[in-house]
Design a protein around this ligand. Structure first.
Ligand code: PXP
Length: 249
């Protein structure tokens, strides 16, 4: 993601497409949302092309790619059909995620350790095509070490556990993310974070060191219902501007 400020924001526009798909209408258009995000100061657009195509369609991904208004980060499962599309669409960045058909959203991090043999050819093919490869992982040392060994250039730390936890459990999850970011950085990986981040829990996320980008979707699109997508993006960016490298309590 193009770093025009310290901490970059990638807006995930999947749920703009969700609103369109639930009614089989032609609107709202994720591309139009992408342009509003750009005008509001976002640094990138994230889209998850799921195997079941429940929200974003291949044409949406191509439209955002051709628009070229902001770098495109394509979230995708490691399956041949989607890998082929990614190589053809050629997004700036790909984030490989686990995907289960019945899940409401991406549930856990990628098992890089267990799936290394299946991931290796994909990471290599995308990397050779000049696409930056990120792996969506839980902040566990063995997963991060495997990601580095596979040659990924980046990891996206799964913040879902932290965002859903309360009280002491939340502090524990945050400590895990902080340690994970440190380890990933030591391993030479670029560090992004995402999942479940909203206006309430983002303050804790900003304690994670070495962050380059946050990918935020659902909470921004939900907030946009009341304030518009431009304002929703600006609200988050205003808080992200406070990022000074993390770790303060
Ligand atoms: N990052 C990854 C890898 C994801 O799979 C998702 C959900 O699609 C997000 C970030 C955005 O999560 P949320 O919609 O909860 O902000």
């Amino acid at each position: 993601m193009m770093a025009n400020r310290g901490l970059c924001l990638g807006v995930n526009v999947d749920h703009v497409a969700t609103l369109r798909q639930v009614r089989g209408s032609t609107y709202p258009d994720p591309l139009q949302a992408a342009e509003e995000c750009r005008k509001a100061g976002a640094d990138g657009i994230t889209m998850h092309l799921r195997e079941d195509r429940r929200h974003v369609q291949e044409a949406d991904v191509r439209a955002v790619r051709d628009w070229k208004g902001l770098p495109l980060n394509l979230e995708m499962a490691n399956v041949p059909e989607i890998v082929k599309i990614a190589l053809d669409v050629h997004p700036d960045e790909v984030c490989i995620v686990p995907e289960r058909r019945r899940e409401l959203t991406t549930e856990g991090g990628l098992d890089v350790v267990g799936q290394a043999a299946r991931l290796r050819p994909t990471v290599e093919a995308l990397g050779e095509a000049g696409i930056c490869v990120s792996l969506f992982v839980e902040a566990r040392p063995e997963q991060l070490e495997s990601a580095a060994a596979l040659g990924a250039s980046c990891v996206e730390l799964h913040t879902g556990g932290y965002c859903e936890a309360r009280g002491e459990a939340r502090e524990h999850e945050l400590a895990r993310l902080i340690a994970g970011a440190r380890r990933a950085h030591e391993l030479g990986l670029r560090v992004n974070a995402g999942h479940g981040i909203n206006l309430e829990n983002i303050k804790g996320v900003l304690r994670i060191p070495h962050l380059e980008a946050l990918n935020i979707g659902h909470s921004i699109i939900a907030r946009a219902v009341f304030v518009g997508i431009g304002s929703a993006v600006r609200e988050i960016l205003e808080i992200m501007a406070e990022y000074t490298g993390g770790e303060r309590a």
